[in-house]
Structures are given as C-alpha cells and as structure tokens.
Write a protein that binds this ligand. Structure first.
Ligand code: PMP
Length: 395
C-alpha cells in the first residue's frame, strides 16, 4: 500500500499521552494516582453557562449557526476584548472555533505556507510546533532560560528571525513556564515584529491566571500597527473551567478574519451551537474568586520544590504550572533504576509513588518537569511530599 502523508505521520504525540496510559493502567489496577499532569482548572464551571446551555436546548437551538458563531456571542467577545484587554474589534473580526487549539490552527493555516518559518519561544506548549508543521510551515525555536524568567528578549527573538519568518508565537501567561510579559517587554518585542514585518499569533488563554499587578497586557493593544498584524487567540476553557465545551476564538482584522472564516467554513463549519450559548453565559461569570486561591497553591508548590536539594524553579507570574529544573537529579538511580532523562524520572516517580508529572521533553526542555497546581491543596501537598521523599532516595 502507498504510504500515508508525512504531514500526518511526522506529527509528535502529546507528551501527556504515554503518561496517561501509565496513569490509566495504575488506576485500573486499583492503585492510587495523584495526577499533577492535568491542564485544566479544578473549580466548577459558571452556573450561568449551564443556564444558557439549557435555555438553548429548550429553545430548540439545533441547527447550523453562522460559520463564525452566533452574533450574540461574537458581540459578547467584542465587549470582553474591549473591557479586559483594551482591544477594539467588531463582530466581523471574531471567529468562534472548537476550542483555542482549533482557533490556533486556523491562524497558522491562514498565515503560513510551505517553507515559511514561525518563531516559537522555547520551552513551548507542544502543540505549537506540531500545528505549524501541519500547516506546512517550519517551527524555529528561540531559546529562553531561567535567568530571564523564560521570557524571550528582543535580541533572542531577533536572532531567530530570517527572511522566511512569517510569524511569531506569543503565549503570555505561558504553558509550561508561566512566563508573563510586561507591557514594556512586549513593546521591545513589538519593535522587532514591526521592523521585520511579521505577524503575531498571541495566545491569551491563561490571561485570568495572573498573579502580578493588573491585567495581562496584549501586544495587539500597543497600537494599530500591531493590531493589524496580530491574531489574538482566547477562549473559555481555562478561565471558566470549561475545557470540555470546546469554545475558543480568534480576533483578527480583515482580511485575516475573512480567510480564517473561509478556512473554517470548509473544514468544520461552526462550533457546537449549545456550547456557543453556554459561552455567552460563561463570559458574564468568570470565577475570579477561585482563581485567587491559585496564587497560594503556586507559592506552596514553589516553596516545596525549591526545598528539594538540587531542584531549581522560577516563580511564575501566571498560568497554573510550575516548571522545575531537575537536571541535578538526572543521571542518578532510584533503587538501582537509572533516571537519565525527565521521561525516565517521571515514569519511575509514577510507578513508585503514584504521582503523575509531565516530563519536559515534549516542551523542548528535557531537564525539566511540568507540574500543574490546578488540583486540590491536599493532593498538591501529598504529591509534593512524595516527590521530595523520592528525590531524597536517589543515589
Ligand atoms: N493554548 C495553550 C497554551 C494551552 O495550554 C491550551 C490547553 N492546554 C490551549 C491553548 C488549548 O485550549 P482549548 O482547550 O480551548 O483548545
């Protein structure tokens, strides 16, 4: 038989996949699992979202909507972007998709063609390079490190830019590092973007999980020139704890928005109509109070991690992950079992203690682990105590 497309077979699997298989096997065997690998908040979704969803069903909303989403939702998104982000868009600039992931793929597909390069700060959320590749383009990584809080400096961004660079990815607060850019830092990056005539894909999905002062700034708000070349991506998955409802969106000026709409129109049409109405309700009731407790969990987790000898960890300003450097623990053994890589470390940790963490490999940082603190404080405390004991037993 002829081979399948290398665009498909060249895609990497999500780094949580093998971990999830191990977690499932443990659960199946009746063993306890403390899962700190999840990328979703633990609080309940807004009640107003459920009310709007029920009403949509009762009203018999069961047909296709406009490809870009129902006008009422797009108008609500326009208001949200103005109020929270200082961004001015019209309803025609918004395309509602099946989650922010879908919205991101729409953006990469419309912006990049064969051979175009997209600069992605590393460590990165694993999906960016795979989506860029799926769109036929080439991901180019721009390294960041702990010293700069995993933030890309203008010099590093500039060094990654070539004649073929089409776009840069900006994810602030970021997954997996939590790095959150200030307005001044964005202004520096914006200067590089303008000088090289680049587009920006700005992923704001974690904006409500911000522990620094004030709202998270958007690069698109730095002026019309930036707004014209930025696709803002956001959604309700994280802010409203509605990961399963699959509602995300892009905000982009014409003609970008028009092409995104056309592409989505040929691939998926509209996002689920009931989920769209639920999103309208959700956006009126983002659960801020719960989010405040995330700062305590972050601080607790950070103290516990940095209390482990040989572990270093940046205190992130946003998202709900900690991303410790465990290079000091790699190369050792646990009861004779070698832990050469973060994959081996996480596999052994899970087998011995039941604690599930994601190895840094898939994020472009093999010496690190990703820990989600979007879990109950009890689970977090127990998991960190087991991790600490595990680390103390290494030889
Ligand atoms: N962007 C980032 C940085 C993410 O971490 C995630 C979810 N893990 C998404 C986008 C996707 O969000 P959604 O569930 O709305 O597709």
């Amino acid at each position: 038989m002829k081979t399948l497309s290398t665009r498909a077979t060249g895609l990497a699997a999500s780094p949580t996949l093998s971990l999830n298989a191990r977690l499932a096997a443990r659960r199946h065997a009746g063993e306890e699992v403390l899962n700190l690998s999840v990328g979703e908040p633990d609080f309940a979704m807004p009640e107003s979202a459920a009310l709007w969803a029920r009403k949509a069903i009762d009203d018999g909303r069961s047909r296709y909507t406009e490809v870009a989403g129902v006008l009422e939702l797009r108008e609500r998104i326009v208001r949200k972007l103005a109020e929270d982000n200082g961004l001015r868009y019209g309803p025609d600039d918004i395309v509602v998709s099946a989650g922010a992931k879908h919205a991101l793929y729409n953006a990469f597909f419309v912006l990049c063609g064969s051979g175009d390069e997209v600069v992605i700060p590393s460590p990165y959320w694993v999906t960016y390079p795979e989506q860029v590749r799926a769109a036929g383009a080439v991901p180019v990584f721009a390294a960041t490190d702990e010293r700069s809080g995993f933030k890309l400096t203008a010099a590093r961004r500039e060094a990654a830019v070539t004649e073929r660079t089409k776009a840069v990815v900006l994810n602030s607060p970021g997954n997996p590092t939590g790095a959150t850019y200030t307005r001044a830092e964005l202004a520096e990056l914006a200067e590089v973007v303008l000088r090289h005539d680049l587009y920006v894909v700005e992923d704001l999905i974690y904006e409500h999980f911000h522990y620094g002062p004030g709202p998270v700034p958007s690069i698109a708000a730095l002026g019309d020139e930036l707004r014209e070349r930025t696709v803002v991506v956001n959604g309700i998955s994280k802010s409203c704890a509605m990961t399963g409802w699959r509602i995300g969106y892009t905000a982009a000026p014409s003609p970008l928005a028009r092409w995104i709409k056309r592409f989505q129109g040929q691939v998926t049409s509209n996002a689920s109509v009931v989920a769209q109405y639920a999103a309208i309700g959700a956006m009126d009731d983002v659960p801020w109070r719960d989010i405040a407790s995330y700062r305590d969990r972050r601080d607790f987790g950070h103290r516990a991690l940095t209390g482990i000898p040989e572990v270093r960890c940046v205190l992130p300003d946003g998202a709900f992950y900690l991303f410790p450097d465990v290079s000091g623990l790699l190369g050792r053994t646990h009861e004779g079992v070698p832990l050469r890589t973060s994959d081996e470390f996480c596999a052994r940790l899970l087998d011995v203690t039941g604690v599930g963490l994601v190895p840094g490999t898939g994020f472009g940082a093999d010496d690190h682990l990703r820990l989600s603190y979007a879990v109950s404080p009890d689970v977090l405390a127990e998991a960190l105590s087991r991790l600490s004991e595990f680390a103390a037993a290494l030889r």
